[in-house]
Design a binder for this molecule. Sequence first.
Ligand code: MLT
Length: 264
Amino acid sequence: MYTTHDGTKLYYEVHGSGEPVLFVHGFPLSSRLWQDAAATLGDRYRIIVPDLRGHGRSDASDVTSMTQMAGDLVAVLDAAEERRPVILVGLSMGGYIAMEMARLQPLRIRALVLADTRHDADAQAKVQEREAVARRVLAEGSQVVADGMVSKLFADTAPQRLKDEWRGIMAATPPKGVAAALRAMGARIDSAETLKGWQAPCLIVVGESDVITPPEVARQMQSLVTGSQLEIILGAGHMTPVEQPGLFTGALRAFFAKLPPLTA
Ligand code: MLT
């Protein structure tokens, strides 16, 4: 299904029925990241899975921001006629956007799951590196990012077919979308204050071999959110939902089951 927000056409899928869960993928990935989770958890939950702007089947805009993409998520919920507060699950850049939505629209969120992500903003050197990569991608194509990232995304033990599949998905992400997301990540604010003020349940998940957002960052995040829970997924790098789908969805299901009943 499609909806439009800020002039950009956005793709989303809805699976299953029950209490709502919104899944937000990372950079430069797609809703495919959540295929196993949607199939498994759709037995008891209403799973809403967008492609972020500039990714998957959603159109790209020249410029974007975490704030705009958080607004895109709200627009998708509205299009799906989902007015109940959701369990919001974001991985990596999806986590940055989830934290921005938590800052701006906390009442639309019942619980947060932050997977393989980080709360802090980019250092200046990282902002410059992202800008240089954005320019190369616009000149040479998204293959630049796909080739650079694939070895960092997965644990050494991940099967080659998984790496090949995701290299293909990243390379197919349009250069305009990749560049806009890189610049938006470089401009994002620090979310520590949002996490310190978060009052609802929060689960932090990280692959034990994640080299992009390592377990020590997840531990720092856990120390910021009162009452939060940390799950370290064995045998996974940064792509926990596809590297260890059983362990990942098992951790989510256990966390969901303990949430207070949805009264809205
Ligand atoms: C992601 O997986 O979304 C990105 O690697 C995050 C980032 O580059 O900061």
